[in-house]
Design a protein around this ligand. Structure first.
Ligand code: PLP
Length: 405
């Protein structure tokens, strides 16, 4: 039996893996110590658990444990990275390069710094969602202090050429920050192979709890400094004060350990399910996939269904499918997705797009049901659409030839 609605919004958040919850539980009750308490076993136990988690997280991204700073999530990690670099390196320069399709955690932080005197270049993307490396190179100036490019996009799953970006940044002596929230735990991320100096991640996108995440800060080659945004006590090597969320951190560590062990198998399974869904949905007339189909996370597809309003489609499907159109954060508003707009879609096409996010607990039966539901609903909604009628008339009366002529 299928449980309804079927959850297909894994890019917005994931359920906690039961194994993660089990690992966390003792740290709410028996092992409740403050990891900063240095005078008794309660504190030592909590600290030991945090150090285990630090290693688990580091191992997942090829980093050293002492390069991980725990935060409340990826939003805080991105703020800490970008503002922290700006504060430390402002004497060297005030220019930052980022991309129009970044998450708001990065874009709004850059906007904030613009008010404080930073100059920010927002790179365009190709219709594939990928940046052009020549554009990036051309944007570099003598006063560029930071390149911020996300690893994988939350709306389309498109994976940027991170290794090349890292190599370019390194050759120019510029710090490279990547928001890897969607990539970590889903595909192989390695801060050394990829030339990453700063990396943001979040537990709740990888089957861990909400409200905990981390920032990787490179310690060697080069040693990167970020100024803390939170003052008070100086935990986290002075970069992030505040009592550590020990159960959350234990959960993040366990989630990282599971991802590392199961990522390869899970990725192959999800890619097969996603492809099955995508190929099925491409049978719907005029539908298409948004974003590069090769450079993409395994579990996600973003598709447009022209002549159908995405919001109407979501409403019609709501009882059966939990999906999102555009980004989770902006889907409450009726603004079309700025990510799809940056990829060249007009407002109308951006409005007729849905994101299908599959994950660890998605089954083949759920995929087949989704395929059938979406196909049927798109067809029903099109029957009511005057635009669809006009499109069909045009097609039947040789509109295609007219277009060619
Ligand atoms: C979810 C997400 C964030 C925000 O992470 P939180 O831990 O919820 O703050 C940032 N960037 C990307 C790409 C995301 O998908």
């Amino acid at each position: 039996m299928l449980k309804h609605p079927i959850y297909l919004d894994y890019n917005a958040t994931t359920p906690c893996d039961e194994r993660v919850v089990e690992a966390m539980l003792p740290y709410f009750t028996h092992h409740f110590g403050n990891a900063a308490s240095r005078s008794h076993t309660f504190g030592f136990q909590a600290e030991a658990a945090v150090e285990v988690a630090r290693e688990q997280v580091a191992r997942l991204i090829g980093a050293e444990p002492n390069e991980i700073v725990f935060t409340s999530g990826a939003t805080e990690a991105a703020n800490l990275a970008i503002k922290g670099v700006y504060e430390v390196y402002a004497q060297k320069g005030t220019h930052i390069i980022t991309v129009k399709t970044e998450h708001k955690a990065v874009l709004d932080t850059c906007k904030h710094l613009e008010k404080l005197g930073a100059e920010v270049t927002y790179l365009d993307v190709a219709p594939t969602g990928l940046i052009n490396l020549q554009d990036l190179e051309a944007a570099i100036r003598p006063d560029t202090i930071l390149i911020a490019v996300m690893y994988a996009n939350n709306e389309t799953g498109v994976v940027q050429p991170i290794q090349q970006i890292g190599a370019l940044a390194k050759s120019r002596g510029i710090i490279f920050f990547t928001d890897a929230t969607q990539a970590v735990g889903k595909i192989g991320v390695d801060v050394n192979r990829d030339g990453i100096d700063l990396l943001a991640l979040s537990a709740h996108k990888m089957y861990g709890p909400k409200g905990v995440g981390g920032l990787h800060v490179r310690r060697r080659g080069p040693r990167v400094k970020v100024a803390g945004e939170m003052d008070g006590g100086g935990d986290g090597r002075g970069m992030r004060s505040g009592t550590l969320n020990v159960p959350g951190i234990v959960g993040l560590g366990k989630a990282a350990e599971i991802c590392k062990a199961e990522m390869e198998k899970e990725g192959a399974r999800l890619a097969a399910l996603r492809n099955r869904l995508e190929e099925g949905l491409l049978q719907i007339e005029a539908s298409f996939v948004n974003g590069d189909k090769a450079q993409r996370l395994p579990g996600v597809t973003n598709m447009s269904f022209p002549f159908v309003d995405g919001q109407g489609l979501l409403m019609a499907l709501k009882g059966e499918l939990a999906l999102s159109s555009g980004s989770a954060c902006t889907s409450a508003s009726l603004e079309p997705s700025y990510v799809l707009r940056a990829m060249g879609l007009d407002n109308e096409l951006a409005h007729s797009s849905l994101r299908f996010g599959l994950g660890r607990f998605t089954t083949p039966e759920e995929v087949d049901f989704t395929l059938q539901q979406v196909t049927q609903t798109v067809q029903q909604l099109r029957q009511l659409s005057p635009l669809w009628e006009a499109h069909q008339q045009e097609r039947d009366t040789g509109g295609v030839e007219r277009q060619q002529g």
